[in-house]
Each structure stands twice: as C-alpha cells, then as structure tokens.
Design a protein around this ligand. Structure first.
Ligand code: SAM
Length: 463
C-alpha cells in the first residue's frame, strides 16, 4: 500500500488552491463539498472559478504564488500549468508539513485525490495510488451502479436508531447481526424505494420483537471452490464478509481467506505437515460451540462441501443441536480442474457419463468397483489419487481398460500454478514419478483427455 486512506474533516478548515483554471475549479468544488474554507491564488482567474466565488465564498487573491503565502492552511492543492510554481508549492508545503497535492504529478504529492462515491454520510473512495487514475474512475463507475443513491438515507436512518438499538441489544455481536439483517433486508428495500416512513416503522417494530438475549449464532457451510478466488459464489462472498469466525482447512487459499471480513477470527483446522488435522468430531463440536456463543461461523471448505468434503457430518451435528445453518455449494475440483484444463467431462463422441471416486488408500488398498470403472465411453475423475496412481492404472488394465487409455493429472487446478500432465494408463505413473508434483492433484481418465491439446485455453504460470 503506497498511500494510506483516511477521511479528513475539512469543515471550516482553511485550504489553499494555487491556480484558477478548469482543473483547479474541479478541486475547489470537491473541497467545497467537504465544507472547506477555500483561498485561491492565481495570476489569472478563469470565469468558471469566478462563478464559484459566490456559491462557495472563495477568497480570491490575484497574484503569483510565493512561499510566504503558505501559512495556516490544513492542505494545499497546486493546479497550475507552471512547473516552477508547482515545485515551489510542493517544496514549501513539505517544509511546513502541510499535505500537498500537485495535480497530475504524483512525485510532488504527499496526498492524492481518490475517485469519490458520495452517498453522504457514506463515502467510498477509490485510488490507484496515482498510477492509473482512469482505472480508478472506471471502478468508481462500477461501484456507483451497485450502491443505490438512497444509501445515504439508509445510513441516516440507522444513525437515528443507534442509541435505541444499543440500549435494547447489549451484546455487540448480536447487535451487529441485527444491523446486518436490517441493512440488507426489507427495511433497506423500503428506504431504496423512497418509503422512509414505512422503513422507520418497520425498524421500530423489528427492534421491539427482538429478544434482547436471543442467541443468533449460525453456521454457513461454504464451498470455496477449487482455488481461484473469483470462482467463489456471490452468496459465499456475502456470508464470508458477515462472519465473525472463519473455520478453514488446507485447501482454502490465502487469497480466498483475504476476502473474509477483516476482523473475523480465523481458525485453521486442516492438516499441517507432519501434524494431524483436528479430528472431524472436534470440528463438528467446535462449529456448534461457536454458534452457541452467538457467533456467525463460516465453515470454509475447498471445492464443494458435499463432494468428498464431509459436509454432511458437520451439518448433522448442527441439526442435532438445533443450530441454524445453511450450505453454500462450491465448484468442485472435478468441474473446475476439467474446465481449466480444457477437458470436457462429457462429450457426445467420448463419454456419456462421468463418475467421481476417491483414490484415498486405506490399508494400502483402494476399494473401488474396477469392473464398472473399466467400462468404455465414460470419464472417471479420481480425487486424492496421487499416492495410489500406479495401483489405479494397474487395476483398470487388469479389469479390461486398454493400456493406451488417456489419463491426465492436474496439479493445483484453476490457479496460476496449474499443471496438466497427460499420458496413458501404461505411461503416466512413471511420468509422474519423475516430476516434482505439488498437491492438490486430480486425475481424469477417459478419451475426453485427448481433447486437452485442442481445447486447453487457460494460461497458467507454467504455460
Ligand atoms: C478432501 S478432497 C475435497 C474435495 C472438495 N470438497 C471438492 O469438491 O473439490 C481433496 C481433494 O480434492 C482434489 N482437489 C481439490 N482442489 C483441487 C485443485 N485445485 N486441483 C487439483 N485437485 C484438487 C484433490 O484430489 C484433493 O486431494
């Protein structure tokens, strides 16, 4: 982060703008919106700035800028087309510790103007640190479209109920849940559709119905997808940003965790190298206990929670204990990896069905229905199959699969580290043994694999 974002209180504060052209006018208008008391110094004052004088009560000084002009100002903006003047303003401001912005000259700036989304009292600011202002403005335009103009009124309504809610609901965590349901539910909708009075009544009513000690904790069992953060669902993202606690395991990438609420507690329950994962029963109990303490808990799992994810066991415990929960599906590794490797799982010329199996070895044996898996015209996807790869290929051949049946191993699918190795049942195990393979990996077997060369589209770092 090259610049730290802060919001300055400029009401009635003296601010100086050097220059009085069109660009200076824009900065004057921005400062005026924040209630600043503005002095303008310029040799020539443009008509547009003259016009602003009456609306914003500017002090206009028609003269050249000199260092002595920079006295008790809270901040200064230099918007002239004279390099010497801009440098002098910047140097003097620096000497006097006054924040300075020189328009279009990031090196001379100690602060920069962000692109502003104004829904006062809600203000959002976007900055590219001066490196790509157009991009920041485009992003602002996008944000403008998703923040309804009435957000300001919603914030004012919330403000007017703040003390009442605080008195009625004592626990901070519970209060936050209350506010989130108000600000995302029907009260907000009423405000957005201009029905302020009704919104107020409904908020009042909801507060009255709220039991002060109600236990509002719940669990969201969320599939985080196979790795790429933008493969999360909207719902997953929304719930992650509300949660008080995130309980996550090994397959959840740091980039995905970064999308959770900043101050959420993060609890790792996956397997560490040489160490053991928290036993499943302990995870089930942990989730229930956190929810009983009134927390909103996200249980974040790689891929989809209901595909080789033990999600069923976790919600069973919650159900037994009467804890509210919801399950958010995620893109499972089979779907994500196959798509990013350019291997369709079904294809009219190759496979009419697709089977997901686990290749996890128990007592060094893989207990699968080999006869069924060796049948033609299908695709088999094997999760957790790297260790047993040799055994898997051997067993398929023994049960009738051709030795030259295509097979692919996909490492860290959908991420920039994705790697795809292809071969046949006879060749892939040796190929893999000679490579440095990084987990997680997924195996796809079937003639669909031949399409990889033609359909591969995703350019990973490896590619
Ligand atoms: C315990 S299973 C969890 C599967 C997960 N619930 C899902 O739906 O994808 C873990 C296995 O999923 C596979 N896997 C998950 N993410 C992967 C990825 N990005 N690339 C390759 N394989 C992946 C690997 O076989 C890994 O060993």
């Amino acid at each position: 982060m090259d610049y730290f974002p802060v919001f300055l209180k400029l009401k009635d504060q003296a601010c100086l703008v050097v220059g009085a052209g069109e660009i200076a006018a824009r900065k004057i208008e921005l400062l005026a919106r924040a209630g600043a008391s503005i002095t303008v110094i310029a040799r020539t004052i443009s008509p547009i700035v003259l016009n602003l004088q009456t609306t914003h009560q500017l002090t206009l000084l028609q003269k050249s800028f000199c260092a002595e002009d920079l006295t008790e100002f809270r901040l200064v903006v230099s918007a002239t087309d004279n390099t010497e003047t801009n440098r002098l303003v910047a140097k003097t401001a620096e000497q006097k510790n006054i924040p300075v912005n020189v328009v279009d000259n990031p090196e001379l700036c100690s602060f920069i103007f962000p692109a502003i989304i104004d829904r006062s009292p809600i203000i959002a600011a976007v900055s590219s640190g001066g490196s790509a202002p157009v991009l920041a403005r485009l992003l602002r335009a996008k944000i403008e479209t998703v923040i309804p103009p009435a957000y300001g009124q919603l914030a004012s309504l919330a403000d007017s109920f703040r003390d009442k809610v605080k008195q009625h609901i004592k626990k901070p965590a519970q209060r936050r849940i209350f506010w989130e349901s108000i600000l995302q539910g029907s009260v907000a909708e009423l405000v957005f559709s201009g029905k302020m009075q009704q919104a107020k009544q409904q908020l009042e009513q909801t507060l009255l119905e709220q039991k002060p000690d109600a236990n509002l904790g719940e669990v969201y069992l969320i599939g985080a997808g196979p790795g790429a953060p933008d493969l999360l669902t909207f719902r997953a993202l929304r719930l992650m940003q509300q949660a008080d606690v995130i309980v996550y395991d090994r397959l959840v990438s740091p980039e995905i965790l970064d999308l959770a609420r900043r101050d959420a507690e993060k609890i790792y329950v996956g397997k560490q190298r040489q160490d053991h994962a928290l036993p499943q029963e302990s995870i089930n109990i942990l989730l229930a206990d956190l929810a009983k303490a009134g927390k909103r808990v996200v249980r974040l799992k790689g891929g989809d929670p209901f595909i080789f994810g033990r999600g069923g066991e976790e919600i069973e415990t919650l159900m037994q204990q009467g804890i509210n929960f919801q399950v958010v599906p995620g893109i499972t590794a089979a779907s994500g990896c196959a798509t990013y490797a350019g291997i369709p799982l079904t294809h009219r010329d190759h496979a009419q069905s697709c089977t997901f199996v686990t290749g996890h070895l128990k007592d060094n044996s893989i207990n699968l229905n080999w006869k069924q898996l060796a049948a033609p015209n299908q695709t088999i996807v094997i999760y957790m199959g790297l260790v047993g790869l040799k055994k898997i290929c051997q067993s398929l051949i023994e049960h009738g699969s051709p030795k030259d049946l295509p097979i692919a191993l996909i490492q860290q699918g959908t991420t920039i580290n994705q790697r795809v190795l292809t071969g046949t049942l006879a060749t892939l195990p040796d190929q893999v043994a000679s490579q440095d393979i990084k987990p997680p990996t997924l195996i796809i077997i079937g003639t669909v694999v031949t399409l990889h060369d033609k359909l591969s589209w995703f350019k990973s770092r490896q590619a």
